[in-house]
Design a binder for this molecule. Structure first.
Ligand code: FES
Length: 304
């Protein structure tokens, strides 16, 4: 019996019997479907996203499952050379040129388990230095860069010790993420502990600043919990594991709200819910946030 494979990108629909793989059908229809290993389930370049009809696709066989596990494929991403259908499906080819092929090769070399990108619930922390601008204005570029590097090195160490990672740095601002590992039970708690230690390290750092630059810093932070898109981003000269999405912006807005309340660390309601048992009486500040609609409850975390 023949079923239909709909390919919206190619603006076509092709027949496929239950005995053929999707790849066999697309190739028979003259579609240039990349299949670098010849259809042996080794390269993943035939990968497709099943937009509709996933229930009509055969179960992953052993060799497809091996690649799917290695590359962290979501359910709807399948190998066309291993998948057969018993109903109509709507698919999109995911590899279309040499640049895509290069990305596939990099994904095979990546051992982080996030090579395709995934959505994850994590804790996002934004920090900045309260009195950084006057420092920059006061000292020559060499000192500014040296001090910032020293600061980032110390804070990166603290974040790593609490199983977090720094996703981005912009000047004195740090975007850190907690909960991307299997060991952390409560990623908000891990973030709070890390911030506590960052504040303690800052006391030592300020001794150095006072001695050498007659200056001192204060850290402000915003903590939010929620889903983000996480994946390795590779520009060709720099590769990093990064997070993107509205919840990242939210953490940044929360950090900025510290200025309005004279606070150093604020948590969103979603983050506070995760640590409320441990900190039942945190002071609540009601506020609007730039670029967001409605009012938000932010909770003030007293750090040592
Ligand atoms: S063609 Fe290589 S895995 Fe399908």
């Amino acid at each position: 019996m023949s079923h239909q494979i709909l390919l919206p990108k190619e603006n076509t629909s092709i027949p496929c019997t239950g005995a053929q793989t999707i790849l066999e059908c697309t190739l028979a229809a003259g579609i240039k479907h990349i299949h670098a290993c010849g259809g042996f389930g080794k390269c993943s370049t035939c990968r497709i996203a099943v937009n509709e009809g996933l229930e009509y696709c055969s179960e992953r066989n052993e060799c497809e499952q091996e690649i799917a596990t290695q590359l962290n494929f979501p359910q709807q991403v399948r190998l066309a050379c291993q998948t057969k259908i018993n109903g109509d499906v709507n698919i999109r080819r995911l590899i279309s040129d040499q640049i895509d092929m290069k990305i596939v090769n990099q994904q095979f070399a990546d051992e982080s388990g996030t090579s395709l990108g995934s959505e994850k619930n994590v804790t996002i922390v934004f920090t900045d230095i309260e009195n950084y601008t006057p420092f920059v204005e006061q000292f020559p570029p060499y000192d500014v860069v040296h001090v910032l590097n020293r600061y980032l090195m110390i804070m990166n160490q603290v974040v790593k010790e609490h199983q977090g990672f720094i996703s981005d740095v912009a000047g004195d601002g740090i975007l850190a993420v907690f909960g991307n590992d299997s060991e952390t039970e409560n990623s908000v708690m891990a973030a709070v502990m890390a911030l506590n230690e960052m504040q303690q390290k800052l006391h030592e750092f300020n001794e150095y600043l006072k001695l050498n630059y007659q200056s001192s810093f204060k850290i402000r932070a915003g903590i939010h919990y929620g889903p983000v898109i996480m994946g390795p981003f590779d520009t060709g000269f720099m590769k990093k594991l990064a997070v993107i999405g509205d919840n990242v912006n939210m953490a940044s807005r929360i950090e900025s709200a510290n200025k309005d309340f004279g606070t150093t660390t604020l948590l969103s309601m979603d983050a506070y819910t995760m640590v409320k048992d441990r900190y039942p009486d945190l002071k609540c500040h009601k506020t609007t946030l730039k670029g967001k609609t409605g009012e938000f409850d932010l909770f003030e975390m007293p750090l040592k």
